[in-house]
Design a protein around this ligand. Structure first.
Ligand code: XLS
Ligand code: NI
Ligand code: NI
Length: 434
């Protein structure tokens, strides 16, 4: 036991009337909703990078946090792991997620970095054995070190492509060894700073080749985890290739990988792409591409990817509604890709941010479940399209030709009568749940 969280109790569900800061008011892991426990629906995960590696920096200033595991080598990596698993335990969170760089010291060579990762992974494996917390997903950090400044798979330098492939292999090995459920690829620098020096055709082919090798390796290892791409339109790149769900789907189709890869969707990234989170989720659901989510929110004034904890029930309700509609998470989950603000210095802040986030998600989820069970929204949606059931209309979608349709419109005097879209009525309906 470290003494990092000393005095902080295990967080328990106490119900909506509780005034205890260190308690869940809405997230009751055992509560049965839609026939399943809440913890099995939501599958919460803590993001290692934000909670244990983030130092409090912003573009104008460096470290504000004072964590005893910052700086230094393997001893501190293990101290960090000890504290991390203590936090998982306090929150009773079923999963965590990590990048290689979050958990191990960077070595002087690739081989040394790999050995460091293996040592930490062995340490994690020991902890996972006696912990309730498992690995939701692993990933490689292919964006922080300067070698990746012009991309990883899409770099003009083939040595960077090779270094990235080797890094991905070691991170997939770590994920598989730890029993992870998914492997995520987020290409923060797979894009460009200026088109003037960029060959779009080559870079797309390189990205596809890397992904194909990842998929092949997954199959070779007989691993049943999901490979997930996480879309984001920009930041840190001026333009990122995996812009949004639609773009990623087009890319996967172009290279024949659409049945091998799904997506990890992030609230803040959807907003940066000019969409709502529910748009991205609905489209992924419709394409059969929804794998997992990164839950957070951006600051709506600054326009940056500020990775704050969610705190808006109506927004999370609409997001979870789409998740429920597409059949739930399966192997995915709700990863808090969220960090506390740089003035939130205390160990309590780390805990209570997650408590609040989990409660907000639980409220949103329960509202969404109720809305789904009642079926009124879906009934209204179906009714809007009901005329398509008529045989003459079905025919337009199958063998009808332009000439047939033109003939029918003319001879039967088809004359469309506009109908209300009822938007406000539907908004009112949704507001009865949230
Ligand atoms: C950054 C991304 C990153 C991925 C994992 O914006 O959200 O945190 O989730 O590499
Ligand atoms: Ni992000
Ligand atoms: Ni993310």
């Amino acid at each position: 036991m470290t003494d990092y969280f000393k005095g902080i109790p295990q967080i328990k569900y106490e119900g909506a009337d509780s005034t205890n800061e260190f308690a869940f008011k809405h997230y009751n892991p055992e509560e049965i909703v839609l026939g399943k426990r809440m913890d099995e629906h939501l599958r919460f995960a803590v993001a290692y990078w934000h909670s244990f590696a983030y130092e409090g920096g912003d573009p104008f200033g460096g470290r504000t946090f004072d964590r005893p595991w910052f700086d230094g080598g393997m001893e501190n990596a293990k101290l960090k792991a000890d504290v991390a698993f203590e936090m998982f335990d306090i929150l009773d969170v079923p999963f965590f997620c990590f990048h290689d760089l979050d958990v191990r010291p960077e070595g002087a060579t690739f081989a040394e970095s790999k050995r460091n990762l293996e040592e930490v992974v062995d340490y994690f494996a020991g902890k996972i054995e006696s912990s309730k917390t498992k690995l939701l997903w692993g990933t490689a950090n292919l964006f922080t070190h300067r070698r990746f400044m012009a991309g990883a798979a899409t770099n003009p330098d083939p040595d960077v492509f090779a270094y990235s492939a080797a890094t991905i292999k070691s991170c997939m090995d770590a994920t598989i060894k730890l029993g992870g459920a998914n492997y995520v690829l987020w290409g923060g620098r797979e894009g460009y700073e200026t088109l003037l020096n960029t060959d779009l055709t080559r870079e797309a082919d390189q990205a596809a080749r890397m992904l194909e090798m990842v998929v092949n390796y997954k199959h070779k290892m007989g691993w049943d985890g999901q490979i997930l791409i996480e879309p984001k339109p920009q930041e840190p790149s001026k333009h990122q290739y995996d812009f949004d769900v639609a773009t990623v789907y087009g890319f996967l189709k172009r290279y024949g990988l659409e049945n091998e890869v799904k997506m990890n969707l992030e609230q803040g990234h959807a907003i940066l792409a000019g969409h709502s989170f529910e748009h991205e989720l609905a489209l992924a659901g419709s394409l059969g591409m929804l794998g997992s989510i990164d839950m957070n929110r951006n600051d709506y004034q600054s326009g940056w990817d500020t990775d704050q904890f969610p705190n808006n029930v109506p927004e999370t309700a609409l997001a979870y509604y789409e998740v429920i509609k597409s059949g739930g998470f399966g192997q995915g989950g709700t990863n808090f890709d969220a960090r506390i603000r740089r003035q939130s210095l205390d160990p309590e802040d780390l805990i209570l941010s997650h408590v609040g986030g989990m409660d907000i998600c639980a409220r949103g989820f329960k509202a969404a479940a109720k809305m789904f069970e009642d079926g009124k929204l879906e009934a209204a949606r179906s009714e809007r399209y009901a005329d398509w059931d008529a045989p003459a209309n079905q025919e337009m979608l199958s063998e009808g030709t332009l000439e047939d349709i033109a003939h029918r419109v003319e001879t039967q005097n088809v004359n469309p009568e506009p109908r209300s879209g009822r938007q406000e009525r539907l908004e009112n309906l949704v507001n009865t749940y949230v």
